[in-house]
Design a binder for this molecule. Structure first.
Ligand SMILES: NC(=O)c1ccc[n+]([C@@H]2O[C@H](COP(=O)([O-])OP(=O)(O)OC[C@H]3O[C@@H](n4cnc5c(N)ncnc54)[C@H](O)[C@@H]3O)[C@@H](O)[C@H]2O)c1
Length: 309
């Protein structure tokens, strides 16, 4: 594991789901961490639960505040508008946060000569015809969110090429774990409210590659190593599961099989991807990263944590 003790590290989006877990791990490794977040989707508890981190409430679109932060050795750029349907309804706002915002954070990295690690997404591949999808499949975005992440990646590449910035791009599949949002959280919240029914948005035939946040955080730390400079990595579990199957696994754990009526809306949101299934060979061989936590095992922990059983 790279040496992070005493390193000055900025985590944009550190009040969010992944940012919380990353900050916690960085603090445990002895780093000095500053969280920069406007709390638009992030939560103050995620900041308060990492009391050793400095917190600056700020927007990545506010360059005056951003560029005047102290100098950092490493910048993790996680702050983003992360909701695909929201990006389709508010394309300009999504672009501002994810594309323009990323450019601003890159400027801060250029000023500091900092290592820059960018949280990208499976959404850059759109609806891939190659499954499992390799990094080389390239950009085929299918939503405004996917496109704004492509722009963020391409600015990062230009900053590497033209200014010699040391960047790494990490494309996440579907990340889950404690404090998560997304489909797993949606199912658990619905079942907590009313265990007699579970509505799936879409057909339930969409498939996702679920990767645990602790595995993602391990990769985020490994990405600070010199070998990862200039590289792009897929980070998933390398398996895919249909949403309907996910629903059945959760009902099974909760002993609700046969008791909960599953329905599907059959209409998905604009920009919804049919299948996410990552080829993670590159991260395994080059980053020496292997995801360890199996979805089925962690779901049991998650339902206990939510006091569902
Ligand atoms: N969770 C996933 O499954 C997943 C999958 C692929 C990619 N990602 C990427 O990982 C990163 C973190 O995602 P997450 O799941 O933790 O989401 P999240 O919504 O929990 O965290 C994003 C954080 O960014 C902050 N933020 C948003 N706009 C901001 C702005 N203008 N200025 C400052 N802060 C701002 C929010 O307040 C929030 O705390 C994002 O870049 C996301 O696109 C996540």
């Amino acid at each position: 594991m790279p040496q992070l003790k005493q390193k000055n590290i900025l985590v944009t989006g550190g009040a969010g789901f992944i940012g919380y877990h990353l900050t916690k791990k960085l603090l445990e490794a002895g780093a000095n961490v500053t969280i920069y977040d406007n709390l638009s989707s992030g939560k103050i508890e995620n900041v308060e639960d990492n009391p050793q981190a400095q917190f600056v409430k700020g927007d990545i679109l506010d360059t005056k505040t951003l560029l005047n932060l102290p100098q950092f050795d490493i910048i993790y750029h996680l702050a983003a508008q992360v909701v695909v349907p929201y990006s389709m309804e508010n394309p300009s706002e999504d672009f501002e946060t994810n594309a323009h915002g990323t450019l601003n954070v890159l400027e801060k990295a250029r000023k500091d000569k900092a290592r820059f690690i960018f949280a990208s997404s499976a959404a850059v591949y759109g609806n891939p015809t190659q499954l499992p999808t390799q990094e080389e499949y390239g950009f085929h975005p299918f939503s405004c969110y996917g496109l704004s992440k492509v722009v963020g990646e391409q600015y990062s590449q230009i900053y590497a090429m033209q200014y010699g910035l040391n960047i790494t791009i990490l494309r996440f599949a579907n990340v889950y774990g404690s404090r998560c949002h997304g489909v797993i959280n949606d199912f658990l919240e619905k079942l907590q409210r009313d265990p007699s029914k579970l509505e799936i948005i879409g057909t339930g035939q969409q498939a996702r590659d679920f990767v645990h946040v602790a595995d993602i955080v391990d990769a985020l730390l490994l990405a600070t190593d010199e070998t990862a400079i200039g590289k792009v990595y897929n980070l998933g579990f390398g398996k895919t599961i249909k949403i309907i199957e996910l629903a059945h696994i959760i009902l099974d754990i909760l002993k609700l099989t046969g008791k909960t009526k599953i329905t599907t809306t059959n209409v998905s949101w604009q920009g919804d991807i049919h299948t996410i299934w990552f080829d993670i060979t590159k991260a395994k061989t080059e980053l020496k990263w292997t995801p360890k936590i199996r979805l089925e095992d962690h779901l049991k922990t998650l339902v206990k944590e939510r006091k569902l059983i």
